[in-house]
Design a binder for this molecule. Structure first.
Ligand SMILES: C[S@@+](CC[C@H](N)C(=O)[O-])C[C@H]1O[C@@H](n2cnc3c(N)ncnc32)[C@H](O)[C@@H]1O
Length: 275
């Protein structure tokens, strides 16, 4: 990488201040290395000539800023990701949720919704979908549009079907979608119980009270302080005896709320609030 395309530490601080002052987006608690890498990528992709040109565009052009936000947010996801997590849900969480008259679940940082559709399938198979509401939120509006459409690439279905079976699924996975050329359109009946909306975990507050919050593979991009702040938002949004699910590399340890939670059996990152 040549010098002109290199964004140095000071320049990065300038961009972080601009984003907050102009657009109200606070990325100061994001892991610096990945934030910088992603902006650098944008700089090179868009053939920016100098840092002042890049900064000027980001300051003045809201569409371009939104493009940068989309670039900063890592949207990798899949259906029944970490299948044994879903197995734990089926075996240890769903039977408890079944006792509630209305089940409210929040998927924070849901990306294009594959996790939400997976959860809807699990709920449907347990006969609980009709009394459930699944809220999917993300900072990036582009991925939420995809989530609302419920259309995913056909090439991924083989892998998703394998994940589904490993998660304890017993049906024919292809019965949940209609194949159309390169795409699989998931059953409308699954989406009927879903609500997708933008929500920024850094600056927005809790908006409901939930029995299960799943925020997997999102905190990993935040520094320790921001992780603790977000976990305390989840704590305020979770009912007593509710469940909190994190990604494989994420933890409640040292967050300040861990004393009010106990881990479920097994290796999966699911905790139950007992206070
Ligand atoms: C790697 S994806 C995880 C998707 C899904 N939870 C999973 O485990 O497969 C991370 C998601 O977090 C979202 N995200 C990043 N910062 C966020 C924030 N401040 N508020 C809400 N969502 C955020 C990104 O846009 C991205 O869609």
């Amino acid at each position: 990488m040549d010098q002109a395309s290199h964004i140095n530490e000071l320049e990065m601080e300038l961009l972080l201040d601009d984003f907050l002052e102009i657009y109200g987006y606070d990325f100061r608690g994001y892991s610096k290395a990945s934030f910088r890498r992603r902006l650098q990528r944008l700089f090179i992709m868009d053939k920016m000539v100098s840092f002042p040109e890049f900064r000027f565009r980001l300051q003045r052009d809201t569409d371009y800023f939104n493009r940068a936000v989309a670039e900063i947010s890592v949207n990798v996801t899949e259906m029944f990701r970490d299948p044994f997590f879903f197995k734990t849900l089926r075996e240890q969480v769903i039977p408890v949720l079944a006792t509630y008259p209305l089940i409210r679940i929040w998927h924070a940082g849901c990306s294009s919704g594959e996790e939400v559709y997976s959860m809807a399938i699990v709920l449907k198979e347990a006969g609980l979908l009709q009394k459930s509401l699944l809220y999917g939120t993300d900072i990036n509006p582009n991925v939420l549009e995809k989530a609302a459409r419920g259309i995913f690439p056909m090439t991924a279905m083989q892998q998703y079907s394998r994940n589904y079976l490993l998660s304890g699924g017993r049906e024919d996975f292809s019965s949940y979608y209609t194949a159309n050329y390169n795409h699989a359109k998931f059953d409308e009946s699954l989406a009927q119980r879903m609500v997708f909306s933008t929500h920024n975990l850094v600056s927005d507050f809790s908006f409901n009270s939930f029995q299960l919050i799943s925020c997997r593979n999102v905190l990993i991009y935040f520094d320790k302080d921001l992780q603790s702040k977000v976990l305390s938002v989840f704590d305020k949004s979770l009912e007593r005896f509710g469940f909190l699910a994190l990604g494989a590399k994420e933890s409640l340890r040292f967050s300040g709320i861990e004393t009010m939670y106990e881990a479920l059996d097994g290796k999966e990152k699911v905790w139950r609030k007992f206070k």
